[in-house]
Design a protein around this ligand. Sequence first.
Ligand SMILES: N[C@@H](CCC(=O)N[C@@H](CS)C(=O)NCC(=O)O)C(=O)O
Length: 224
Amino acid sequence: MKLYYSPLSVYSAKPRIAMFEKAIAHETQVVNWTPATGWIKPEELARLNPKAQIPVLVDGEAVIYDSTIILEYLDERVPKPALFPTGVAERARCRILEDLGDTLLAPNLGVLVREVLLKPDPATRDASAVAQTKAELSRQYQRLDRELGKREYLCGEFSVADISCFSPINIASLMEGAPSPEFRNVAKWLSRMSNRPSVARYLAEFSEATAPLRASSQPVSAHA
Ligand SMILES: N[C@@H](CCC(=O)N[C@@H](CS)C(=O)NCC(=O)O)C(=O)O
C-alpha cells in the first residue's frame, strides 16, 4: 500500500494513525505545505483523486480517497484491531462522532491558520472571526465532553471517532484553539490518546513537521 499524505494535514492524520494502530506496512509520498506556497501537489494527485486532495491510499489496483472511506477500507482490509464498535446503533453513533471531527471541528482550522498562525501579532487579526471560531470549537468540545462521560474512548473502545476528533483538536491546540481544562473528560481523553503508541508515533512526526511553526504553541499534552 502507498499513502499520499502530509503530517500537517488534518485529514491525513486519520489513515496515518489507523495504519500505525493496525501495524500495516506501507510506503508514503509526503505532500508538502508551506505558508508561502500552499500545498505542493505531485502531478499524479489529480489523476488519483479528482478533488486533488490528500489523503489518498493506493492498494494495488484500488485507489481510495477521502479519509472516512479510507478508514472504512482499512478496517475491512485489516480487521484487527477493529476501529468500529459492533452494535448497529453504536456503529452509527461512532460514524456521527467521526463526522463531528471532520465537519464540525476541522473546518475551524482555516480561520486559525489565517488569523493566528499567519498573524503572530494579535493586533493585526480579525478579532471577531477568531472569537467566533473559538466559540464554535468550545461548543464542540462541550459536546465531546458530554459524549465521553465516563468512557475511556468516544465509543468505548478506541475507534475512528477518536482518531477523527483528535486530529483537529491537536492542530487547533497549536493556534490558541485548545480545549479549556474545564472539559475534564476531554482533558483525560487527550492524555490517554497522546499516550497511545499509534497516536504518539503520529504526534512525533507532527511535532517534527510543525517545529518551524510552533513559536507560540500549546501542545495537547499540556492540557491533560
Ligand atoms: N473530505 C476529505 C477532505 C480532504 C482535504 O480537504 N484535504 C486537504 C488537506 S487536509 C487538501 O488536500 N487540500 C488541498 C486542496 O483542497 O487543494 C477527506 O476527508 O479526505
